[in-house]
Design a protein around this ligand. Structure first.
Ligand code: ADP
Ligand code: MG
Ligand code: MG
Length: 200
C-alpha cells in the first residue's frame, strides 16, 4: 500500500481546482435546472482559492493541506456547497492529524469520517439526491481510487431518477426528477482528480 504525503494532497486538490474551473459552466447549467444556477461559479471561486492558498504557503502535512483547503472553501463559497465540502475536507484533515505521511487505509478512513460529518451537517443520506449520492459510494469503494471514481460517477448518474429531499432542489418536489444533482456531479470531479493523483 502506498504512502501519501502533503504533496499528494496538494496535487489532488490543485488538479480538482482545474476540473472545477473547466466544468463550471456545466455545473451551473445543472444547478439552473433544479437550483439557483450558481453551483459552478461557487465551486470555481472556492477551488481556485484553494489552489492559490496551497501554492502560496504549501502546508507540510496531509492533515494541514486538508484543513487549509476546507477552511478556504468555507470562507469563499457562499452557497450550501461551501460549508458541506469545507466540512468534508476539514474533518478528513483532523482525522489525519499531524502525520507527515499516511497510508491509503488512513486516507479512506479520513475521507469516510469527512463524509459522515457532511451527512450529519446536511441531515442527508444517499438517496436524497444530493452530493452524498456520489460521496457515500465513493468512500465505500476506497482505498481503491479507480473504483471510488467509478462509484461516484454511477452515484451521480443515479440522481437523475431521484426526487430531491434536501437542499434547494427539494422545493421542486416531483419536478426535480429527470435532472442530475449538481453537487453529485461536482463530487465526481473531486474523486476523478483523486484517482488521477493516485495514478501518477
Ligand atoms: P446553493 O444550493 O446554496 O445555491 P450550491 O448551488 O453551491 O449551493 O450547491 C448545491 C448542491 O449542494 C446541491 O446540488 C447538493 O448536492 C448540495 N446540497 C445542498 N443542500 C444540501 C443538503 N441539505 N444536504 C446535502 N447536500 C446538499
Ligand atoms: Mg445553487
Ligand atoms: Mg446559491
Amino acid at each position: 500500500m502506498a504512502f501519501r504525503d502533503a504533496e499528494f494532497f496538494r496535487r489532488w486538490l490543485t488538479a480538482a481546482a482545474g476540473s472545477f474551473d473547466a466544468e463550471a459552466d456545466r455545473l451551473t447549467e445543472l444547478d439552473s435546472a433544479i437550483g439557483d444556477a450558481d453551483h459552478g461559479s461557487n465551486m470555481r471561486r472556492g477551488m481556485l482559492a484553494v489552489a492559490a492558498a496551497l501554492e502560496k504557503e504549501p502546508p507540510g502535512t496531509p492533515g494541514a493541506v486538508l484543513l487549509l483547503s476546507g477552511r478556504t472553501l468555507v470562507s469563499t463559497v457562499g452557497g450550501a456547497s461551501g460549508p458541506l465540502y469545507g466540512t468534508l475536507l476539514r474533518r478528513a484533515g483532523k482525522a489525519l492529524g499531524d502525520a507527515e505521511r499516511v497510508d491509503d487505509a488512513a486516507v479512506a478512513e479520513a475521507l469516510t469520517a469527512g463524509v459522515d460529518a457532511v451527512s450529519q451537517l446536511a441531515g442527508a443520506v444517499a438517496g436524497d439526491k444530493t452530493m452524498l449520492d456520489a460521496l457515500r459510494p465513493a468512500v465505500e469503494a476506497l482505498p481503491d481510487y479507480a473504483a471510488a471514481r467509478e462509484a461516484a460517477a454511477r452515484g451521480a448518474e443515479a440522481t437523475v431518477a431521484l426526487r430531491a429531499r434536501k437542499g434547494r432542489a427539494s422545493y421542486l418536489g416531483e419536478r426535480s426528477v429527470g435532472h442530475m444533482d449538481p453537487g453529485a456531479a461536482s463530487s465526481t470531479l473531486l474523486f476523478h482528480a483523486l484517482a488521477r493523483a493516485a495514478a501518477d
